[in-house]
Design a protein around this ligand. Structure first.
Ligand SMILES: [Zn+2]
Length: 111
């Protein structure tokens, strides 16, 4: 059994009309253990559509910023944090995760 190498992020919040599911993103784990978006895979450069560069961060680091257009659920976290969370799900055999689960995890202090 090999680890899944892709992770689908979706949102199935009960607030969505008619039980709709919103596709948020699908990330692929590359050889060095980093999760990158399909956009990054294609462009081999900086992600454009879903992220923003935090001007107020002294390190000017890129942050992932996802927002569900159906319910407004938002996730904002560093690539390092997202990598860690996705690794955790992948280690348990998951190939998909809800945006809500990531938001909850990202807001939980690490123990
Ligand atoms: Zn949603």
């Amino acid at each position: 059994m090999s680890d899944p190498t892709t992770m689908r992020i979706f949102c199935d919040d009960p607030k969505h009309a008619r039980g709709k599911i919103a596709e948020i993103d699908t990330l692929t784990r590359i050889e060095d253990g980093e999760w990158i978006t399909n956009e990054q895979l294609i462009a081999k450069g900086r992600p454009r559509q879903h992220g923003w560069r935090a001007a107020n961060q002294p390190w000017g680091g890129f942050r992932h910023a996802y927002e569900c257009r159906l319910c407004g659920t938002r996730l904002s976290c560093s690539p390092k944090r997202l990598n860690g969370m996705l690794d955790g799900f992948a280690q348990h055999g998951y190939q998909q995760v809800t945006l809500r689960a990531l938001v909850l995890l990202a807001s939980t202090p690490r123990c």
